[in-house]
Design a protein around this ligand. Structure first.
Ligand SMILES: Cc1cc2nc3c(=O)[nH]c(=O)nc-3n(C[C@H](O)[C@H](O)[C@H](O)COP(=O)(O)OP(=O)(O)OC[C@H]3O[C@@H](n4cnc5c(N)ncnc54)[C@H](O)[C@@H]3O)c2cc1C
Length: 458
């Protein structure tokens, strides 16, 4: 189909001023994945309702045109990169918060609502939606597409734990609703959960019902230097098992911390002699509805961490604590600015992080690769920047690195997804029986293969 044909077909589905084609559509050809090749969409559409999304999909279905959903384009796996000549459905105009239902503790939102936009409405009400990936401009639809996690997952879980129901448009333009404003259901297959993390390959989400929580008023951030990486990783399961329930439990290796301190001008008050003996840090944030309770928890956690081999425990002043967490959120930009060739977000059982990092260290040394990072230690989710300029060598290192993670009981991606950039590793290393089952599920939802082709599968 020519671009003129495509645009005139789409003009039946929505007004012409909400269809972009030609060069300007190219702005919607990439996300934030490192090293990914951008796509060249034939058209970008900006629907304002589920009915318009349905009309676009019906037209695409009839003509066999590829369709890629797009939230804010902050994804790190190339999952929002469209097929050349295909349609990008941008959800940026479907950004209404439809309902905040305090009795049922849910928010009903359109998919283009950003995390920042939702928080701005919830915070004054004393509520919080807890999914906290490092990029607050990310959309709820994109979070659902990737099953986004982030720093607070150690306490609240990831996106799939927060989504109670969905409205979604199927490949042929029909609309389904799943779940609702209730917390349990045992009524056949759980389609809500199937759609979460499916990277826009099964259906396009047009509405989501999300859990919200009371927003604890008091927070404290602890920065905890350790002399060995092993000691850091041994401490992580103990902190989780302590019952204190940290909001954030991150590890940051020395190199990454030094970069963060320099680039983001952090003043953390750690003396130079302590920095000199530190190999990695834990960053722990606690929260509570009561100040006295928070103080007790901080005291008790500091004692536990000291027993576990921490060099010292620094309770940061609020401003420094916020600055540290914000800098940690931006660690990806640090890696990108340092010209990292690839990034990894392997997840392993949290007690296996030490073994994972030891084996990755040996792999890096053997192959002359430089590897540094940080991660959501409480979840076993390790974020590594990989510096290896030789593309063949890098592919080998990445394959072996993912294999090590899987060998330890983990999976290739904890939260960024497979998309286009991790696809070759996923297809090479994942159990073929499982991949085959996923392909068959995809074929049931999307028999002509128009939904986000190139992501997840070839
Ligand atoms: C600095 C930085 C830090 C980050 N830190 C984290 C982190 O800690 N944890 C984490 O999980 N992620 C992190 N990310 C990645 C990113 O923010 C998440 O993947 C986020 O979920 C993407 O949201 P988005 O709106 O940008 O989605 P997009 O990138 O636009 O899309 C992501 C996927 O969702 C699909 N999609 C979008 N909207 C819909 C819809 N309505 N229906 C169906 N499918 C849809 C797309 O097709 C694509 O497959 C980080 C990114 C950056 C840049």
């Amino acid at each position: 189909m020519t671009q003129v044909d495509l645009v005139s077909r789409l003009a039946d589905a929505l007004p012409a001023d909400r269809i972009l084609s030609g060069e300007r559509a190219g702005d919607y050809g990439a996300d934030e994945a490192l090293g990914a090749v951008a796509g060249t969409p034939g058209a970008v559409v900006f629907p304002e309702s589920a009915a318009e999304v349905a009309a676009v999909l019906a037209a695409a279905h009839a003509t066999g045109t590829a369709v890629t959903a797009r939230g804010s384009g902050t994804g790190l796996s190339g999952a929002a990169i469209p097929a050349d000549g295909g349609i990008v459905v941008s959800f940026e105009r479907m950004n209404a918060i439809l309902d905040i239902d305090v009795d049922n503790m849910v928010a009903v939102v359109q998919p283009g609502v950003t995390l920042r936009g939702l928080d701005e409405v919830l915070a004054p009400m004393g509520l919080v939606y807890p999914v906290y990936p490092g990029e607050y401009s990310a959309s709820i639809g994109g979070n659902i597409g990737t099953n986004a996690g982030g720093m607070r997952a150690v306490k609240y879980g990831v996106t799939r734990h927060q989504v109670l129901g969905l409205e979604a448009v199927l490949a042929d333009g029909s609309v389904i609703r799943t779940g609702g404003k209730f917390v349990k259901g045992s009524t056949g297959y759980d389609l809500t959960q199937l759609l979460i993390g499916s990277e826009g390959t099964l259906a396009l989400v047009t509405e989501a019902t999300l859990r919200v929580y009371p927003r604890p008023a008091h927070q404290a951030t602890l920065l905890v230097p350790f002399p060995t990486m092993d000691a850091v990783m041994q401490a992580v399961p103990r902190v989780v098992a302590s019952g204190i329930g940290p909001l954030i439990l991150e590890y940051i290796d020395l190199l990454t911390m030094n970069g963060m301190v320099r680039i983001y001008d952090l003043d953390l008050g750690v003396p130079a002699d302590v920095v000199a003996t530190t190999v990695a840090y834990l960053c722990v944030m606690l929260e509570s509805t009561r100040d006295e309770r928070l103080e007790e928890d901080v005291q008790s956690l500091a004692e536990t961490l000291t027993e576990l081999g921490a060099t010292d425990v620094y309770v940061l002043p609020p401003r420094a604590g916020t600055a540290l967490v914000e800098a940690r959120e931006k660690a990806f930009w640090l890696a990108k600015g340092a010209n990292a060739d690839d990034i990894v977000d392997v997840v392993v059982p949290r007690a296996a992080i030490a073994a994972f990092l030891t084996r990755v260290g040996a792999l890096a040394e053997e192959t002359g690769t430089f590897v540094a990072g940080c991660g959501h230690a409480g979840d076993g989710n390790v974020h590594l920047s990989v510096f290896q300029g030789d593309a063949d060598k890098r592919a080998d290192v990445m394959t072996r690195l993912f294999s090590i993670g899987m060998d330890l009981g983990g999976v290739i991606s904890g939260e960024h997804g497979i998309g286009r950039t991790k696809k070759k590793y996923f297809l090479a290393l994942e159990d073929p029986a499982k991949v085959d089952l996923m392909r068959r599920i995809k074929a049931v939802f999307d028999p002509t293969g128009i939904l986000n082709p190139g992501a997840l599968f070839d």
